[in-house]
Design a protein around this ligand. Structure first.
Ligand code: CMC
Length: 442
């Protein structure tokens, strides 16, 4: 059995310090740098020594962890997983190899790959009793609601992990989650269209199995197109991890209370659902479809996205960390165009709108000044649509892809000696005291 012992790099502490003057006293704060040179000030002594706390809404300036999993250089559009560039992984690997890399820190050799694949097959079914849950959801339940509820339910059906003294990611957690989440996702789609579930099969590879569960039916065999299978692998790889994004931070936060892995991941799925995060992929396609159906001029879309009076944003544009083209978006765009050509989709109207919208936005000073570029969610939906995956499933696809990252971060957090219960402070601005005496009895 492989053991997980993540090598948490403590990050280099410099000889220099940062000085903070508060009133008459001066606090010396250690400074340091991570493996790729990103600088930090260690403020752990701040409140203890000065009584002050840091105010940082959105944690824009705050590192909540040291991590060895993923590096993002937002200024230069670089994304590395365990040191491997995303372009290399997308070109050379299948999703399961990248999942293995995320969780175990290395790409698998042939034997490891085979074993991982066998474990994946062994864990692919969900408990028969869980099928009744699906039946009781309303027909049009959003698959993200079903997915999060089903994942937290796994903790009741497979409680062994909670009892385990040591974390054995390959057998107990990683394979079970990776394999079963794929089955749950496909079942939630079948439920939404009122078709019987198609069970996973040991005959198929990971993505092939998913496509078969989605599109085969008792009356219709589905022949998996290897190009489509490759695109699916590639998109899942693009989503595999992205350091301390909203959902990963949620997974770490829930896990920091010692909640089990299933509960932590289910919470991450809920965080991912929001349209500012993973839900953007569904929002993008809905935006493009609306522009198409209503014949909205591109100039109007741009004007609305820039307006301070409108809450409209250009979905699939902008990123907290990338201030240049998202490298994942570049790969997704190329892949999307190649896929449409392979499928013989000529002049997809939504792709044409997306391309024109991108060109117009990138030429506009509003987007230039704010460094707003297409992000990973801008083009993926167009490809999913061509494969036949409906918009409500797009964020589910993101969740299947992000799973290895969530698991890796959860495990890394558990083994980090600096880790404490994540419990931020606040600046209270409410009333000092309410008038209790004047309240009459009810
Ligand atoms: N359309 C129009 N204006 C935008 C957009 C956009 N998509 N994104 C940011 N801005 C403006 C924003 O209004 C603000 O302008 P100002 O300085 O005049 O107030 C400025 O750019 C900075 O924006 P911010 O909201 O402070 O930046 P943030 O880092 O907090 O937000 C974001 C990042 C991703 C939430 C935001 O860019 C956004 O809402 N994008 C659209 C939703 C989206 O595509 N999300 C997917 C993100 S990538 C996948 C993932 O990892 O989840």
């Amino acid at each position: 059995m492989e053991k997980y012992t993540p090598p948490v790099n403590p990050g280099r502490i410099d000889d220099t310090t940062a000085e903070l003057k508060v009133g008459d006293s001066t606090l010396q704060l250690p400074t340091g740098a991570g493996a790729s040179g990103e600088k930090f000030i260690d403020i752990r002594a701040l409140r203890r020594e000065t009584g002050y706390i840091a105010y940082d809404p959105g944690l824009v300036n705050t590192a909540i962890a040291k991590s060895e999993i993923t590096f993002v250089d937002g200024g230069n559009g670089v994304l590395l997983h365990r040191g491997y560039p995303i372009e290399y992984l997308a070109r050379e690997c299948v999703f399961l190899e990248v999942a293995y890399l995320m969780i175990l820190g290395k790409l698998p050799d042939d034997e490891e790959r085979q074993r991982f694949s066998q474990l994946m097959n062994r864990n692919s079914m969900i408990h028969e009793d869980m099928h009744t849950f699906f039946r009781n959801y309303p027909e049009h339940a959003h698959p993200m609601a079903v997915l999060s509820a089903m994942v937290v339910s796994l903790s009741s059906f497979y409680p062994e992990f909670e009892k385990s003294e040591e974390y054995e990611p390959l057998d107990i957690t990683a394979t079970r989650l990776l394999s079963k989440v794929r089955t749950i996702a496909a079942f939630s789609y079948k439920k939404s269209i009122g078709e019987p579930f198609v069970y996973p099969s040991h005959r198929y590879r990971y993505c092939e199995n998913f496509l078969n569960m989605m599109f085969a039916s008792p009356v219709n065999d589905y022949v998996v197109d290897p190009v489509v299978e490759r695109v699916l692998n590639l998109f899942l790889i693009l989503h595999a991890d992205h350091e301390q994004n909203c959902s990963t931070t949620v997974v770490r936060t829930v896990g920091s209370s010692d909640a089990n892995l299933y509960a932590s991941i289910a919470a991450g799925i809920c965080a991912l659902w929001g349209p500012l995060h993973g839900g953007a992929n569904q929002a993008v396609i809905e935006m493009l479809q609306k522009i198409h159906d209503d014949g909205v001029p591109i100039a109007t879309v741009i004007k609305d996205a820039k307006s301070k009076n409108s809450r409209t944003r250009l979905m699939g544009f902008g990123h907290r960390v990338y201030k240049t083209y998202d490298p994942r978006a570049k790969i997704a765009k190329e892949t999307c165009e190649q896929l449409l050509a392979h499928l013989g989709v000529q002049d997809d109207p939504l792709l044409e709108i997306a391309l024109e919208l991108e060109d117009r936005a990138l030429a506009d000073p509003y987007f230039q000044d704010r460094n707003l570029y297409p992000n990973v969610d801008y083009y993926t939906g167009i490809a999913y649509r061509a494969i036949g995956i409906p918009p409500e499933m797009y964020t589910v696809m993101f969740a299947i892809g992000r799973l290895p990252g969530w698991i890796a971060h959860w495990l890394e957090m558990k083994s980090d000696s600096d880790q404490r219960l994540i419990r931020p402070r606040q600046i209270y601005t409410g009333p000092e005291s309410a008038d209790v005496a004047s309240r009459s009895a009810v």
